[in-house]
Write a protein that binds this ligand. Sequence first.
Ligand SMILES: *Cc1c(COP(=O)(O)O)cnc(C)c1O
Length: 429
Amino acid sequence: MSRSEELFARARRWIPGGVNSPVRAFRAVGGTPPFVARGEGARLFDVDGRSYIDYVGSYGPLILGHAHPRVVEAVCQAARLGATFGAPTEGEVALARVLVEAVPSLEEVRLVSSGTEATMSAIRLSRAATGRSGVVKFRGGYHGHVDALLVESGSGASTLGVPSSPGVPAAVVEQTHLLPYNDLAAAQALFDRSGAEIACVIVEPVAGNMGVVPPEPGFLEGLRRLTREHGAVLIFDEVITGFRVAYGGAQARLGVTPDLTCLGKVIGGGMPIGAYGGLRELMEQVAPAGPVYQAGTLAGNPVAVAAGLRTLEILREEDPYPALEEVSARLADGLAEAARDAGICVQVQRVGSLLGLFFTEAPVRDAAGVAAADGAAFRRFFHAMLDAGVYLAPSPWEAWFVSTAHRAAEIDATVEAARRAFRIAAERA
Ligand SMILES: *Cc1c(COP(=O)(O)O)cnc(C)c1O
């Protein structure tokens, strides 16, 4: 028995499913998840002494790779001064300023402790501001485990085939309208029918929880126009894309500005954090400036803020985005060529350092396209890559995350491993 197997057996005695977030249990691919001992740059090391090139990056935060020395330094410095105070600190002001200056839609921003809290709060604020209750989301969009948004989410929820979770009251979900991603005509029809009831549209401007699905030209622009015409709030969930696809997020890269933006992951540099912000007239309705209640014991936590500030400082100073683009393109091209050589049909979809790989013949534009891809081929590919020392997310619904620590050497080793893994994937089970 490996040490990971031993730990996983013990974990299942005391933790539901042995994990603290469902995707980590490997249910979609089978087998035992390696228990991680440490990370360094682009690499993970497990408790059995194996090392992996990591494309999970903790599902998005680690744009600088694991244990970046300057981020570690910031965390240690902050922790020595006290982990939490329940009182305002200078770091929060600095982080708010960096976020407002970087992200086009932000005039004011509130820090919370997770992406889930950010989307939950943005929805509450939208409902309060409009006096309406309808929420529009897209199939395959994941916005955390907020009751109203836990309907046909991508990511863990889709992997487990739980379209909506038990425990979510029907009355809550009745207010949630589901639309196919990239289908502006469906959004137009919904607004024509029920525009006066819709408080907000929440959308990942680049979908990153159903692999990677870019918005088609005109889709986000159309949502911007529709929400404006009908007095609804447009929320971009940039928890993955913020400071990932560009310094100012997808809205900076794509040139469409929402009313509210949700952030998380990269802005905490690997520590727990989230944020939501936007137009001043909306944000001034949040307590204590206004009546919309939202609070958090650890909100604006000094250690998380220090890790986030240092991460964003490095991103601003070093501007690694062109290099990330180049190294990610090398990976995408290498994977496509390796699949072609193995005689297997795949789609490699990429926006910046976010990459999706689908075992299917047509480009994927929505959740139906992801569902139609070959799950068995993915499972064979996944395990062949893991055996070769490449750690991918254990689900075709998750993105690959490239970091600044991934250099040509790691990319080329990954593509080399993929040559064999694609041949294995191509074999009949
Ligand atoms: C990860 C994620 C969330 C939830 O963030 P947590 O910190 O896990 O609560 C919300 N929206 C998107 C787009 C995400 O990828």
